[in-house]
Design a protein around this ligand. Structure first.
Ligand SMILES: NC(=O)c1ccc[n+]([C@@H]2O[C@H](COP(=O)([O-])OP(=O)(O)OC[C@H]3O[C@@H](n4cnc5c(N)ncnc54)[C@H](OP(=O)(O)O)[C@@H]3O)[C@@H](O)[C@H]2O)c1
Length: 351
């Protein structure tokens, strides 16, 4: 068990050297080695603050995630880190404890070491709402009408913080492809504000009166996904139109190019419906797409063309990373210092 086993369980192992620093952190996901931003942010903070530690991307399969967590737990030089798509739910049962808030949200995006235990928490909600308020130039969300599309791990985290910020005079609509997920979250958030659920893609009536529209779904995300039937991407689509998720192409060179050609019909249908949907968004509405890769999704581009004020997920990614870094380094007792210092080192790396 330990470091050698950690490396043997990682898909991108040839680029990972855990011996070069006293401590290390990890971001675990399907393919964080292909574009996750956390390593650049955390490593800038480690360097800027003079800590001998490094965050490594850890590409891991669903089958090996449990063994990886076990190996990381047994190595006291591992301080924690981040959890990326698609393991934010799966990882919960593999940890020794999960903080109450992450339990309510139903997803963990940050792990920290508490002695011999690995504990899960969630920093997406706080990071998302902080970034949204900065984008709006406001200190409060009170009384606003907000639509959130996509109630996965990040969507539940953002919705929980948004609902608390809206208060009893605010209205929230939760839209998700799988209806039950949105319904059970709505039940839990009713104590904060008025909440109802909707289907994906949303109906005209869900758009018309909204002050803020937020995309928390995977639709528009730049990754290539693979399953037993082949590879696909959701990058060309927007969550405002239908997504026919059946098209697959063979994995390998030029996947995105081949996918776009193969899925041309469904992409065009999605874009046409999206353009129609924009006609029903009121003037002055604000659009927040929490996706940060790519920095400009199709949804954001179209929103800009319609004159909307927009915000991408880059700021949220920075805020949630600052909160997570504080948690992991503080709990492992390798640093205790103000958030502002971390923020400044990460901000420079994120530019
Ligand atoms: N900026 C940041 O800091 C930050 C942080 C976290 C996440 N994110 C971004 O947020 C997005 C979601 O991440 P996550 O962790 O919440 O992922 P997740 O837990 O896997 O949830 C995925 C969400 O997308 C929906 N979805 C997936 N494929 C769909 C399709 N074909 N049609 C309609 N809906 C579909 C899912 O609906 P079902 O429930 O029906 O499956 C679910 O609501 C990702 O793009 C990620 O990059 C950004």
């Amino acid at each position: 068990m330990g470091r050698t086993q950690v490396v043997s369980l990682i898909g991108n192992r040839e680029k990972v050297n855990l011996e070069q620093t006293d401590y290390y952190a990890g971001i675990m996901g399907d393919s964080p080695s292909k574009g996750a931003r956390s390593p650049a942010l955390w490593n800038a903070a480690f360097k800027g603050l003079g800590i001998s530690a490094m965050m490594h991307p850890m590409d891991v399969t669903a089958e090996q995630l449990g063994d990886l967590i076990k190996a990381l737990r047994s190595d006291s030089r591992f301080i924690g880190g981040a959890v990326a798509v698609p393991y934010k739910q799966d990882v919960m049962q593999l940890l020794d404890a999960v903080e109450d808030e992450a339990e309510t949200i139903g997803a963990v995006n940050c792990i920290y070491r508490d002695g011999g235990r690995l504990v899960g928490t969630n920093t997406d909600g706080a990071g998302g709402v902080q970034s949204l308020m900065n984008g709006l130039g406001e200190h409060s969300l009170k009384g606003r009408r907000i639509l959130i599309m996509g109630i996965g791990g990040a969507g539940r985290a953002v919705a929980t913080y948004v609902a608390a910020g809206l208060g009893p005079s605010g209205g929230l609509v939760l839209a998700n492809r799988t209806a039950g997920v949105a319904e059970s979250l709505a039940e839990r958030l009713k104590r904060y504000c008025s909440v109802r659920t909707s289907a994906m893609p949303v109906k005209v009536g869900d758009l018309e009166d909204k002050d803020v529209i937020i995309n928390c779904s995977l639709i528009g995300y730049g990754s290539v996904f693979s399953d037993q039937t082949g590879s696909y991407t959701l990058e060309p689509y927007t969550p405002l139109g239908p997504v026919d998720g059946r098209t697959r192409v063979a994995p390998g060179e030029g996947v995105k190019r081949r996918f776009v050609q193969e899925a041309k019909g469904s992409i065009l249908k999605n874009l046409e419906a999206s353009l129609d949907a924009f006609q029903h968004i009121r003037e002055g509405a604000f659009l927040f797409d929490i996706i940060h890769q790519p920095a400009q999704t199709t949804l954001l581009r179209l929103a800009e063309c319609h004159g909307m004020a927009v915000l991408n997920g880059v700021g949220m990614n920075l805020y949630q990373a600052v909160i997570a870094f504080q948690k992991a380094t503080g709990a492992s007792k390798i640093r205790s210092g103000p958030e502002k210092e971390v923020w400044e080192t990460m901000l420079n790396a994120g530019k």
